[in-house]
Design a protein around this ligand. Structure first.
Ligand code: GDP
Length: 317
């Protein structure tokens, strides 16, 4: 079984590749819930949904979130009723939020609701929220502390970032199955997700980072930083705010205590060579995923690297 720690858009692209080459029953996805929000009174979990949609073949590839071909009649009607509409929710997407909120109002945990939604979408891979507790990524800015979605979607990540913290993390527990998956996996992959606000909240749940350090399985990360910048989004700004260099070295630093191998883009070959000199195992591959074939190719390359990851000497490619 391969366990994958993942967030939203970058994670979903990587998982889209993995699902093309790994049987679904061999995949366990451990998903960030630090972006979760209550919106229109409903419990929304954007990263859990992106992963469920991609595994169900429903994700909108143009937008990178939500359901492909969705309509937005409800969003428009809510706007007409004077409600905030900066967080875009499609009509079919809304049905998932309604079902999750209904299940949770009936007393189901987020894990149980996630399992039911995945099964109703026909997903056979195992999707686990990182925790059933409420852990919220909070971004400190000059205009005040913002939730991740306020910072990212509402305000287009224009505010200078002064701090990042994960409210509720210290009291949280890993969701059922998360630590078991890490301990019993044949390999653990960290998707090229934002290291600070997608992988960071997962690592902040007490017990998860420790399990990554202890597991016998090789832990392999794909860098979301390519050519010294994120492929998309605020990862660079958030890494800098956390005192991490915006480079593959910064990604390695974020995961240094448990990482066996970092997969970086071929265009970072020179930086990879420098990183190897500091003792990290680094391999180069084409990591920018534009087409279905790019995604499958990266997944194939990473899966091929897994077996030698814990013992391989530093690569020279
Ligand atoms: P979010 O919740 O939408 O922020 O989702 P993620 O954290 O999963 O994805 C954002 C990260 O994915 C960003 O840091 C991007 O740099 C990275 N990313 C997006 N597309 C690609 C890609 O094609 N290749 C690589 N290597 N990284 C990518």
């Amino acid at each position: 079984m391969i366990a994958v720690l993942t967030g939203g858009t970058g994670g979903a692209k990587f998982v889209d590749g993995l699902r093309q080459i790994v049987p679904p029953e061999e995949l366990t996805l451990i998903v960030n819930t630090g972006d979760d929000l209550i919106w229109w009174g409903l419990y929304m979990s954007p990263d859990l949904d992106s992963i469920a949609y991609v595994l169900a073949g429903l994700l909108s590839k143009e937008r990178g979130w939500g359901v492909k071909g969705d309509t937005f009649y409800c969003l428009q009607a809510m706007g007409d009723l004077g409600q905030p509409i900066w967080f875009h929710v499609g009509d079919r997407d809304l049905a998932v939020h309604l079902l999750r909120s209904k299940l949770m109002a009936e007393g189901k945990t987020l894990s149980e609701a996630t399992k039911e939604i995945a099964s109703r979408l026909g997903v056979t891979a195992k999707i686990l929220p990182m925790t059933n507790s409420r852990v919220e990524s909070r971004i400190g800015t000059p205009v005040g502390e913002l939730s991740f979605e306020e910072y990212f979607v509402q305000r287009w990540y224009q505010d200078p970032v002064q701090s990042v913290h994960f409210a509720g993390a210290a009291e949280a527990q890993p969701a059922p199955g998360v630590v078991d998956a890490i301990m019993s996996a044949n390999a653990i992959l960290l998707a090229p997700s934002n290291p600070v606000t997608s992988i960071g909240p997962i690592l902040a749940v007490p017990g998860i980072r420790e399990a990554l350090r202890e597991t016998q399985a090789p832990v392999v990360a794909v860098s979301p930083i390519v050519g010294g910048a994120p492929v998309a989004g605020p990862a660079g700004i958030l890494m800098a705010a956390q005192g991490l260099p915006v480079s593959i070295a910064g990604v390695a630093q974020a995961y240094r205590d448990f990482l066996d191998l970092l997969v970086v883009d071929t265009r970072d070959a020179a930086a990879a060579e420098k990183l190897r000199e500091t003792g990290f195992h680094v391999q180069c591959a084409r990591t920018v995923m534009k087409t279905a074939e790019d995604k499958a190719q990266l997944a194939r390359a990473v899966v091929a690297l897994i077996s030698g990851a814990s013992t391989a000497p530093a690569s020279t490619d």
